[in-house]
Ligand binder design. Sequence first.
Ligand SMILES: [Zn+2]
Length: 221
Amino acid sequence: MSRSTISTFKLFEMLPDAEAARLYIEARRWPDGAVCPHCGGPKRITSRKGGYYRCNSCKEDFTVRTGTIFERSHVPLHKWIYAMYLLMTVRKGVSSTQLAKEIGITQKSAWFVLQRIREACGSDTTVLRGIVEIDETYIGGKGKNKHPGKKLHAGREAVGKAPVVEIRERGGRTKAKPVAGADANSLHAAIIEHIEAGSMLHTDEHAGYRGPRIAYRRLTA
Ligand SMILES: [Zn+2]
């Protein structure tokens, strides 16, 4: 996408539903007609309803999602694009909890979507710096314990869920990293690994973030 951004209103006008988003992505990916992602052949492609294609050269089926970050995801394509839009335009970064609420998908799906986009953008390789916000959350879990966005504070840990810290650089990149737990040692290890020393940490009052061992300034919510 280009560097200049459009308004949210304009985005909804352009891509009101999954079908509009599919046609948009197809036009961008295949300006000269569908190309088989399996054998690369642009010839002998049979187009079916709803964006399904059959390559008569290699006999494989495909859609515009095949071989992209959208592959093996049930999240509709217009929601994927809106997630990308949010990541590019929201200065403070986007958490999986926020994204889930914004586009009406589960937090688990939102986390997956964010991970895929971050990986594709190559934004996962360096430490974050500047003003950095941290949240802990649980991903996954079953039945009653499934409570998106529930804070992962010591003593209130839900069974069967994976603890994750989401680290957001203000005006910049975001990381989601699994941690061993919500205890101070795990959080400190995550901070030291993923955030440059001297950065300003913006956290909640959770005791796990306190402590003289951290060489960071703190900015409290
Ligand atoms: Zn093929």
